[in-house]
Design a protein around this ligand. Structure first.
Ligand SMILES: [Ca+2]
Ligand SMILES: [Ca+2]
Length: 346
């Protein structure tokens, strides 16, 4: 996880958030007022602290070692309810790359009770049904030749995401001439990027901080991409300045420029892809931007006081990210642990 503010003063936070549990309902309005739009000055100051901290921090300096990959098995099993499947369906409009699948499986299988399957589906000759996709925790596709039906493929991928699946979109999904991916998965509800940027690609600069780039130094890819307005974030850049990885904030859809399942060009593609399969939003990241910092305060308070309003405002986040103490409830008992997370005192 990333902590954007290693040493934010807790005073204002505690003042705003500390509420006796028994008096929570009565204080809800006061909390909302104290941290809401009415207190613009305080929010601006907090934001400035966050920005100053981020700017002062060396690349990667905010990273906390995380054991996501080591916990792959537990993670995938824990996700069972939301992600009905197990393993990865590698379904490009391209020929198979057994070496890549083997490397990806190895990266995912660390600590797993048995090898995590990474199976091939030739999307040039057929379109996997949503049912087939749901046998897997993630579907990874990219384009080299024509899909059997690029519209149907994109529609099925979107249906799969709607059902709790995770999709990785690799190289050449975006063009709209020649061979490309279509259907709903490429629409503004799902696809994290658009074409039209001015910055080229190139080698990865090593400046990512999210779990997706953890342990990754070597890959590179296409440029001229723009992060789509909406519930999307990106992590890391290529040498030319274009974004390295982007995703919808619920991590239901990733865009991985340059990712051809290591079919073209060397790089840590299997490891990068494995990270995209297993990474999760962290507790405390209430606005789901991959950072835990002052910008999570208002959403945390909203999750605490009005879950329905929180879900309306953050439709791709889960308000249970506010259950910092892990007791299944988001309430006043999560305030102290949340403050500890924000201040790095956990
Ligand atoms: Ca955040
Ligand atoms: Ca709790």
């Amino acid at each position: 996880m990333r902590h954007g503010i290693p040493c934010l003063s807790t005073l204002a936070l505690v003042t705003a958030l500390t509420v006796p549990a028994a008096a929570q309902a009565a204080e809800d309005a006061n909390i909302a007022q104290a941290t809401g739009a009415g207190n613009t000055k305080q929010k601006t100051e907090v934001a400035n602290v966050a920005l100053a901290s981020a700017a002062a921090e060396p690349a990667g300096g905010g990273m906390v070692a995380n054991s996501n990959l080591k916990q792959t098995a537990q993670f995938l099993m824990a996700r069972g309810a939301a992600r009905s499947g197990w393993g990865v369906l590698y379904a490009p409009a391209a020929s198979d790359n057994p070496a890549f699948r083997s490397q990806l499986s190895a990266a995912l299988s660390t600590g797993a009770p048995s090898d995590v399957p990474v199976d091939y589906f030739d999307a040039r000759v057929a379109t996997p049904s949503v049912g087939v996709m749901l046998e897997y925790a993630t579907v990874f596709t990219w384009v080299n030749f024509s899909y059997q039906d690029h519209e149907l493929m994109g529609d099925h991928l979107a249906d799969y995401v709607d059902a709790g699946g995770r999709v990785i979109l690799g190289q050449w999904c975006l063009p709209t001439a020649g061979s490309y991916l279509g259907g709903r998965i490429m629409t503004a509800e799902y696809c994290p990027v658009t074409t039209g940027g001015t910055l080229p690609g190139g080698p990865y600069m090593g400046d990512g901080q999210d779990c997706v780039n953890e342990g990754i130094t070597t890959y590179g890819g296409e440029g001229f991409l723009l992060l789509r307005p909406g519930p999307f974030v990106s992590d890391g850049t290529f040498e030319g300045g274009s974004l390295a990885v982007a995703w919808r904030v619920d991590r239901g859809v990733y865009y991985s420029p340059g990712n051809t399942g290591d079919t073209f060009g060397g790089g840590q593609w299997a490891e990068l892809t494995a990270n995209m399969v297993v990474c999760e939003n962290e507790l405390g990241d209430l606005n789901c931007d991959g950072l835990i910092n002052a910008f999570d305060i208002d959403p945390f308070v909203l999750a605490l006081t009005n879950p329905a309003a929180y879900e309306a405002e953050h439709p791709y986040c889960n308000y249970l990210l506010g259950d910092i103490n892990g007791d299944g409830l988001v309430n006043a008992f999560d305030i102290d642990p949340f403050v500890q997370l924000l201040t790095g005192g956990a």
